[in-house]
Ligand binder design. Structure first.
Ligand SMILES: NC(=O)c1ccc[n+]([C@@H]2O[C@H](COP(=O)([O-])OP(=O)(O)OC[C@H]3O[C@@H](n4cnc5c(N)ncnc54)[C@H](O)[C@@H]3O)[C@@H](O)[C@H]2O)c1
Ligand SMILES: [Zn+2]
Length: 349
């Protein structure tokens, strides 16, 4: 088994192995006593994996209950979180009991937030089943929900007690979501790991997915260890995301998926950075080719002025400027503040 150790304020392990979903009970038992466990999942993942997880927990003596919500980002609301609280209270969960998030990033973010706040905080375990959740959202301790004014505007930092990754679950993930997760994988190669980038160029990532997941979570772990609360280095993880978020907003979070928007964002910002002489020529072409290899779009027809103004209203933009993540080369990144008045000319071809 591959184990990646995270040493944030509350340390935890990320365990990666095919078939691990059937050992969830024993793994959780090794970090807690026997207690009550609420498994939180969505309607798609419930059908595929809930029974296996629950029987593994029961075999180890856990008293379990299951909470299922309608799959999809539309469910990522405070009212779904409130239903989780009620479910856990009805199940008489105490502060020593735990919540298990079984599913993609929507499940992990919401279950994590419910765990962060139920009785002022209980332990939770992540069992990410989408590629995006396995390489990104299950690590780092960001939890939360959407409100009508914006995505992820409410949340808490709450580190999981354990992350259990079974790459076999990707076998049932619709291809579109696999591609979406690949955008984040490519991002890690761009910002921190040229070897990973080359591996993605030369091989089919899905054939060596355990290696890829381990590399990605190790990179995220390193960044988060050094910057748990997102004051500096963690911003590098936003490569491609400032323009990506702008595009997602322009299409009302419906036209483009997150991964597609990030892929376009990575190529666009790198082209801009090349024009400004900050990134070696030819870098954007390589990123574009890699995104295309994994069926991700790399350009968009949205109005550039609109994109620039959406960037300026990004919640991560500090007053007066936008911090773009740029590459000094593939595998190495830095942030650069661009005054709001210069954003359009910077990104415009
Ligand atoms: N906390 C963080 O640091 C962080 C980072 C990035 C993204 N996010 C959040 O993650 C969310 C997106 O995550 P996502 O793409 O996993 O979305 P998701 O949880 O909605 O999962 C995508 C779809 O795949 C289905 N699914 C998941 N695993 C499956 C499997 N093994 N087999 C079949 N179907 C499966 C789900 O039911 C859903 O329909 C967003 O809400 C985003 O804000 C959080
Ligand atoms: Zn992302």
């Amino acid at each position: 088994m591959r184990v990646v150790k995270v040493s944030t304020n509350t340390p935890y392990d990320i365990m990666i192995e095919r078939g691990l979903i059937d050992s969830v009970g024993a793994l959780i038992k090794s970090v807690t006593g026997v207690c009550k466990v609420t498994v939180i999942t969505d309607t798609n993942v419930e059908k595929l994996y809930a029974e296996r997880v629950i029987s593994s927990l029961k075999n180890e003596g856990f008293d379990t209950s299951l909470f299922t919500f309608e799959a999809g980002e539309k469910s990522k609301t405070l009212s779904t979180v409130a239903e989780m609280y009620s479910h856990m209270a009805d199940f008489h969960m105490s502060r020593k009991d735990i919540a298990v998030a079984l599913g993609g990033g929507v499940t992990g973010d919401m279950a994590g937030f419910a765990a962060a706040t139920y009785m002022r905080g209980i332990d939770f375990v992540q069992i990410p089943t989408s590629l995006l959740a396995q390489v990104d959202s299950s690590v780092g301790g960001k939890t939360g929900a959407d409100i009508p004014q914006g995505k992820n505007l409410v949340g808490a930092f709450h580190q999981p007690r354990l992350v259990i990754i079974d790459p076999d679950t990707l076998g049932t993930l619709p291809e579109h979501f696999v591609n979406d997760g690949m955008a984040e994988v490519i991002k890690y190669g761009c910002i921190k790991d040229e070897e990973l980038f080359k591996t993605l160029e030369n091989e089919n990532a899905l054939d060596i997915i355990e290696d890829i997941i381990e590399r990605c979570v190790s990179i995220k772990r390193d960044v988060v260890d050094r910057d748990e609360k997102e004051k500096g280095e963690r911003m590098l993880l936003n490569f491609g995301h400032t323009l990506g978020h702008a595009l997602e907003k322009i299409y009302n979070f419906e036209g483009l998926s997150h991964g597609q928007a990030v892929a376009i964002g990575m190529v666009m910002i790198t082209k801009a950075s090349e024009r400004a002489g900050l990134t070696p020529t030819g870098t954007a072409v390589r990123i574009k080719a890699l995104c295309e290899k994994y069926n991700l779009p790399t350009s968009d027809k949205a109005d550039i002025g609109r994109i620039a103004s959406e960037c300026a209203s990004d919640k991560k933009s500090a007053a007066g400027s936008v911090s773009f993540v740029l590459l000094s080369e593939i595998g190495s990144s830095f942030t650069r503040k661009t005054p709001l008045s210069d954003v359009l000319s910077f990104i415009q071809e």
